[in-house]
Design a protein around this ligand. Structure first.
Ligand code: HEC
Length: 150
């Protein structure tokens, strides 16, 4: 009987221990600069977590999240055209390029990949520079002769 009680107490202690460990949850990777940029800049148009809101643009269900992190970087760095028609004249309401440096764009990209896309990804300033460079080269090619001054 005493042995059983001891066994029982042991099991309870173990359960409590396991519960308290899992209760601590998996810590979120610190990314406070990304969160700060989102709050400071993206929030006004996309709401707290990309859900949009009154007069704002929901982006949670956009296909862009499935297209890979480079597409997300390029959306943030160069803006988006937008499907939303601002008025009866068919003017599109687009997204302006984010006025941030490569390091901040990397941080906010990591933030939205984790919080909105639920696909945590590592993004470095060098990744942002590479995506920008590729985008600019594609523009040069498209513009043809205009790019020859390089
Ligand atoms: C001035 C308003 C504004 C700001 C600021 C803004 N966006 Fe947007 N964003 C838009 C609009 C408008 C669209 C297009 C919405 C649509 O088509 O329904 C858009 C679209 C997007 C899309 C989807 C693009 C696609 O191809 O579907 C993503 C992702 C996005 N924004 C992320 C961000 C992030 C991250 C930030 C902050 C770095 C940000 N936006 C800041 C207005 C804004």
């Amino acid at each position: 009987m005493i042995r059983n009680t001891a066994l029982f107490l042991g099991l309870v202690a173990m359960a409590v221990l396991l519960w308290s460990v899992s209760g601590d949850a998996v810590p979120e990777p610190p990314n406070s600069r990304g969160a700060a940029v989102y709050q400071e800049y993206c929030y006004r148009c996309h709401g707290m977590n990309g859900e949009g809101g009154e007069g704002r643009f929901p982006i949670r269900d956009k296909a862009v999240w499935t297209l890979g992190v480079d597409t997300v970087i390029s959306t943030i760095a160069f803006g988006a055209r937008g499907d939303v028609r601002a008025n009866a004249h068919g003017v599109r309401k687009g997204m302006p390029p984010a006025p941030y440096n490569d390091a901040d764009i990397a941080e906010v990209t990591m933030y939205v990949m984790r919080v909105i896309a639920k696909r945590p990804s590592t993004v470095t300033p060098a990744d942002v520079a590479r995506v920008k460079q590729r985008h600019i080269e594609a523009l040069r090619t498209r513009l043809g002769a205009v790019g020859q001054s390089k």
